[in-house]
Design a protein. Structure first.
Length: 216
């Protein structure tokens, strides 16, 4: 429990520093998060069952998903709240209803647990570094486990079965929403690839924006 409270407090502080509020959603942060996104040095690869999502990944999810205190319908029409949490019937929530920060953090903790279980099902005994595991958790959180099935993502599953880490890296990009390329998903895929390959958690958007500005 103390560890969980620490993680919750860290996320709450990060959200406050980034200025995320009820109206914040899918926006790049205006300031650096409370914990600097830094490379997590791998020591040894382990099966997903022995790992937990890092605090750095939790901050990334807040950055990428945004935070909403009021239940709304996402682009697919699904009731959603918090950090991209899809509202279930058991949540007892309706469109327009507000929820507090503690419940948002509870939803995030539970969604991360489910994402970990999905990564376990996807990778089996394949050993992973922490940053590789984080990249796959982000992938599940972003696109859903269903889109990573053998039917929908055959090359990803083949790469995992072959323990081909380079080939896995090539299958982490998902750029479309409702059949249309979305710039936000392109950036997120680039970020995920950097996490997988280099353990680099920084948001690529600011650097890209500065480069585009210099070229203009």
């Amino acid at each position: 429990m103390p560890h969980r409270r620490k993680r919750k407090a860290a996320l709450a502080l990060s959200a406050g520093v980034m200025g995320l509020s009820a109206g914040a959603m899918h926006q790049a942060p205006q300031s650096q998060p409370a914990f600097a996104m830094q490379m997590i040095g791998p020591e040894e690869r382990k099966p997903a069952a022995e790992m937990q999502p890092s605090d750095a990944l939790m901050e990334i999810l807040v950055e990428e998903e945004g935070v909403r205190h009021t239940v709304y319908r996402d682009a697919a029409g699904n009731p959603t709240v918090g950090v991209g949490h899809l509202v279930a019937a058991s949540d007892g929530l309706r469109i327009g209803q507000r929820v507090g920060q503690d419940r948002i953090l509870d939803f995030l903790e539970e969604d991360l647990k489910e994402a970990k279980r999905a990564v376990m099902r996807l990778t089996g005994d394949l050993p992973l570094y922490q940053h590789e595991f984080d990249a796959l958790v982000d992938l599940v959180y972003n696109v859903g486990e269903g889109n990573l099935s053998e039917d929908r993502s055959p090359r990803l599953n083949e790469a995992i079965a072959a323990a081909d880490y380079d080939a896995i890296a090539e299958e982490l990009g998902y750029h479309q929403a409702s059949g249309v390329n979305a710039r936000g998903l392109v950036y997120r895929s680039e970020r995920r690839a950097a996490i997988w390959a280099e353990g680099e958690y920084e948001d690529p958007r600011p650097a890209r924006h500065q480069l585009e500005t210099r070229r203009a």
